[in-house]
Each structure stands twice: as structure tokens, then as C-alpha cells.
Design a protein. Sequence first.
Length: 263
Amino acid sequence: MEAQSTGRVTLDVRGAVAVVTLDHPKRRNILSAPMIRGIRHAFDQLEKDTAVRCAVVTGAGTAFCAGAELAALERAAGGDFGQVEEIYEGFLRVARSPVVSIAAVNGPAIGAGVNLALACDVRLVARSAYFDTRFADMHLHPGGGHVFLLEQAVGRQVATMAALFGERLPAELAVRTGLAWEQYDDATLVDEAVRLGDRLARHEAVFVRALTATLRSASATGSHEAAIAHEAYLQRWSTTRPAFLDGVRALREQVERRTRPSS
């Protein structure tokens, strides 16, 4: 599929993986109104594509996303908080998507740009990347679920160091604290993210979405018993899919090859 550009976002579907690129490098891919509209449109489109199993979110140029427009924050100081809430939609659209997402953080993720990365299910980082919440530096309380998502990702201590004490998390530290899965050379980051997403091509889209939803809701399930009931329902459903028997037969063949006496 040929890459499509809407507003400040480019959508490039590469088989099972849709690459969503924030494309306003001159302004470090800030979450402006056109950028937010572009993100929403890109996810509307990729969710309709039955071939897509995974979305990779990245930035053009040397930044991932430098956060909110300062003008929107200045208007909030004057009592108009509406534009700040609109900025939330830039990353909440990603979080609400049933498609599993990978943030390919190619450079600085700042403020609401950290929220965008946290909205994704997996984060991969370029060696030049770093995470800087920046809110406390402006005497601004974090918003959009920033603290909740950050604490879920890295725990209370690291979240406190980042959000309250203003510690910047470069790529190596982000991996060490669990904020990111792995770091890669800047030039290969997006290809590595696409390669990871391609692993899901062998699965039905409905299976990937079901397991993604279970993973996202696991911490809110409430009890082990509730989790057992929920997973039993979906496991029973998965056994009715043709792909399940194909998988069992393939595994059986592997076992039989290993145990077959050599001649």
C-alpha cells in the first residue's frame, strides 16, 4: 500500500504492520491540532485494514514528539483548558485502539510526547532517544493519565524521579527501568519495530486483538479467580478457531521429528 499523508501524519502499511509517522520535524512533531487530527485519521484507517496486526508510532526527523503546543498551555492559564483536553486525544486515540501498538521512540519524547509513548503497548528506543516529562519544570501538574501510565510502566520510585524531580531517562536507563524494551541504532529503529510487529502476521487479527485487550485489562481484573474465568472464556473461544488446530498439528510434527529414531 502506498504511504498516505493526512495533516501532519503519514500512514505507511507494510504488510501486517502500519507505520504511523508524526511528520512535522521543524516543530519537533508537537501535538498541534492538525497533528491530532492526523493521528486520529491514521488509526481510523489502519483499524479498517484487515491485514494490519500492529501499529508502529514514530516521529519524522530527530524528535519523537516534543509534547503540547505552548500556546495551548498559555490559553489554559487564561481559563481556556479546552485545547489542553484536545491534546489528550492525540495519545488517547492510540491507547483506545484495539490494534497492538509499538512506539519507535526515535528521539526526545517530552511532556505529552511521553504520554504518547506510554499509550503504546511496547516501546523501542533509538540510542539518541530520551524521555523527559518536563511538567514539573513548568510548575504544571501532569495530565492525561501521565502519572498513572508512568507508574504502571516503571513503578513508584522511577515515576517519582521522572515526574517530580525532573530526571531525564536516556535510552539505556529507559531500558534498564522497563520503560522501553530495547534500544537500537537510530538508523535501524523503525525497521526493528516493523520486524517485531511482523511476528504477528501468522496470527488472525481477531486473536491478536483479543489477547491485546486481555493484556491491557489484566491489572484491573480484580482477582485471580476473575482472571481465570475471563481467560477460560477466551481460551475456549480460541480452540474453535481453525488456526488453533493448525498450530497443534505443527507442534505435534515438531515433537515427532525430535523423538523419531535416527536411521
